[in-house]
Design a protein around this ligand. Structure first.
Ligand code: THU
Length: 132
């Protein structure tokens, strides 16, 4: 069932642009519209201005018109133990639920599935801003 998400993340990783870190990464999101939105990391010569594969995938999902993340897969070529960075956890959480599955993958498939809450307990979210 989630094999398609893994394959989309692995395929997206092939388009990585990471000449500075040489750390190819990929991500794929299943939106509430049932479509898969994938992304790779994109670096720029001013290093802090580059961004992560998850961020690319989220941007594609929003442009595609979906607003809810049902499922996520992430992969990096040079490690079998890859998890989303802190900033991407916050961005994913914006569009996911506490129990949304995040599949951590290596080149062969899904290694482990965790939830958003596993990745980011005690998360800050938009509900804190509700009374503004
Ligand atoms: N990277 C991601 O794509 N996702 C993460 O969650 C962590 C890091 C990318 C950013 C940069 O291009 C490279 O990996 C090395 O940090």
């Amino acid at each position: 069932m989630s094999q398609d998400l893994f394959e989309a993340a692995r395929n997206a990783m092939k388009n990585h642009y990471s000449p500075y870190s040489d750390f190819p990464s990929g991500a794929a999101i299943r939106g509430e519209d049932g479509k898969i939105y994938a992304g790779c990391n994109i670096e720029v010569a001013s290093y802090p201005e580059g961004w992560c594969a998850e961020t690319t995938a989220i941007g594609c999902m929003i442009v595609g018109g979906a607003r809810k993340i049902l499922e996520v897969a992430v992969i990096a070529e040079r490690t079998d133990d890859f998890t989303p960075c802190g900033g991407c956890r916050q961005r994913l959480a914006e569009f996911a639920d506490h129990d949304t599955p995040v599949h951590l993958c290596d080149r062969n498939g899904i290694v482990k599935t965790v939830t958003m809450t596993d990745l980011m307990p005690f998360a800050f979210g938009g509900e804190a801003l509700a009374d503004r």
